[in-house]
Design a protein around this ligand. Structure first.
Ligand code: HEM
Length: 435
């Protein structure tokens, strides 16, 4: 087992699959003094989430390491602080509420489609394009129209540095502060600087915010908790950092993998394009987008093969029972979503890109926790509806204009999210040209 635990650092997805293959759905072990439980069984997930809702499980042991970055933002707070924040934030992310930002998504998706279509350029770095698009959407949703593009550029580069530095930072904080800390000294310094820049930007935005505005920061400022109190300035900053860290890379990576997969699979691409074209010139409203059933299935299939959270982890705050077995207090519970997503018991073609996994009633035949790209239980992704609408708007807008072809093989790499090892370069032809 030790070898697999070490592999968790270098190749987490491979290690999770290997543990599942060798030991099955449920295995309890130790890493030095730490008790660990690995499970990849959807029924166990349901039991774990139910017990988490009763306070029997808590955030994982990375909690302290994440604190300097996420503060008390939704992603890393617990207890009454989290409950309060979730109550405040949830209404801003319902399907109805996020429709407010559909216009911004559409405008930025249009810009991306026009840049990609740009005559004469046939090879494009789609990774860069998608990152720029998602960042522009997030900045406008969060802060409204920004007045100076200079500070926006600074903000984008600060966010980049923070996102890149997150993984080494968490490694140094959890695995040992000695040698690793020295190894990543410069990167950690750069990240601290970037966080300070980000916080300074948020602070300046808070100062100039329209108290009746509809951007997220304004809405957060207007919100009141059960005692009628407003969010403090510190919490506003923490939530702003959290939303960028939780909402940027996850969405960018999923879109990159989506375009990568369809760029390598002509039959799926063709079906998606004709489904999008069947909308004719109808504007891409949240309602018309609901009609893109096959495209949505291909997006879910992307999230199955390349889940942004390959595992979810919690620590037990009491002795619990999972699958009829006792799991002691202080155990790190690791839900191996990646292994579940590639388990031949639930998926007809586990290692292939096969959108039919999500069509023709296939979903209802599986346990509801078999596919958890946005997590589950009380800590499920608050940004799910936002991300889904945003990704579908971008996909539909871009594929109305262009076709994508990919010739290279790209592997995923180790990080907080499950991202491509390098930027993806795609060949582009106009959508009207036959495939
Ligand atoms: C494809 C896009 C996305 C994926 C795959 C994704 C995935 C996830 C997952 C798996 C979790 C649960 C983590 C856990 O249980 O430990 C989560 C939580 C969260 N996500 Fe997302 N996410 C996405 C986009 C977004 C966006 C766009 C936002 C906000 C703008 C966001 C904000 C959050 C927050 C704040 C949490 C913590 C919720 C809580 O603990 O109460 N996510 N996300």
């Amino acid at each position: 087992m030790l070898i697999y635990l070490v592999r968790l650092i270098t190749n987490p997805a491979g290690a999770l699959t290997a543990i599942h293959k060798k030991y099955g759905d449920f295995v309890q072990t130790r890493f030095f003094s730490k008790r660990l439980l690995f499970t990849s069984n959807p029924e166990h997930y349901e039991e774990i989430f139910n017990q988490e809702a009763r306070g029997l499980l808590n955030r994982d042991s990375l909690y302290e390491a994440k604190k300097p970055m996420f503060g008390d933002g939704l992603f890393n707070s617990k207890g009454a602080t989290w409950t309060n924040q979730r109550r405040l934030m949830q209404p801003m992310f319902t399907k109805q509420a996020i429709a407010e930002w559909h216009g911004i998504m559409l405008k930025e998706a249009d810009k991306a489609a026009m840049r990609l279509k740009n005559d004469g350029i046939t090879k494009v770095n789609i990774s860069e394009e998608l990152k720029l698009t998602i960042q522009s959407i997030l900045i406008q949703v969060m802060f409204g129209q920004t007045k100076s593009s200079h500070s926006e550029e600074l903000l984008m580069s600060a966010i980049d540095t923070i996102v890149k530095g997150l993984f080494p930072h968490l490694l140094t904080e959890t695995l040992g502060k000695g040698i690793l800390k020295r190894l990543f000294f410069l990167q950690n310094r750069r990240m601290e600087k970037a966080i300070n820049q980000f916080v300074a930007y948020v602070d300046s935005k808070i100062d100039e915010i329209d108290p009746e505005g509809h951007d997220l920061i304004s809405l957060m400022m207007q919100g009141r908790d059960r005692n009628g109190a407003h969010m403090s300035r510190e919490l506003l900053r923490d939530e702003a950092v959290t939303l960028f860290l939780a909402g940027q890379d996850t969405t960018v990576n999923t879109l990159i993998w989506f375009f990568y997969l369809i760029g390598k699979n002509e039959a799926v691409h063709k079906r998606i394009t004709s489904e999008i074209q069947s909308l004719d010139e109808d504007p891409l409203t949240p309602e018309t987008i609901e009609r893109l059933i096959y495209t949505k299935a291909a997006l879910y299939e992307t999230l199955r093969l390349y889940p942004q959270a390959i595992a979810l982890s919690r620590d037990t705050a009491a002795t619990i029972t999972v699958g009829g077995k006792t799991v002691p207090l202080g155990t790190s519970v690791i839900m191996s979503l990646y292994a579940t997503n590639r388990d031949g018991r639930w998926w007809e073609r586990p290692n292939e890109f096969y959108p039919e996994h999500f069509l023709n009633g296939a979903v209802t035949q599986r346990h509801k926790y078999t596919f958890l790209p946005f997590g589950g239980g009380v800590h499920n992704c608050v940004g799910r509806h936002f991300a889904e609408l945003e990704m579908m708007v971008i996909i539909a807008t871009v594929l109305r204009e262009i076709k994508i072809h990919v010739n290279e093989e790209i592997k995923p790499t180790v990080s907080i999210t499950y991202k491509p090892e390098r930027d993806v370069i795609v060949s582009i032809t106009p959508a009207t040209q036959a495939m």
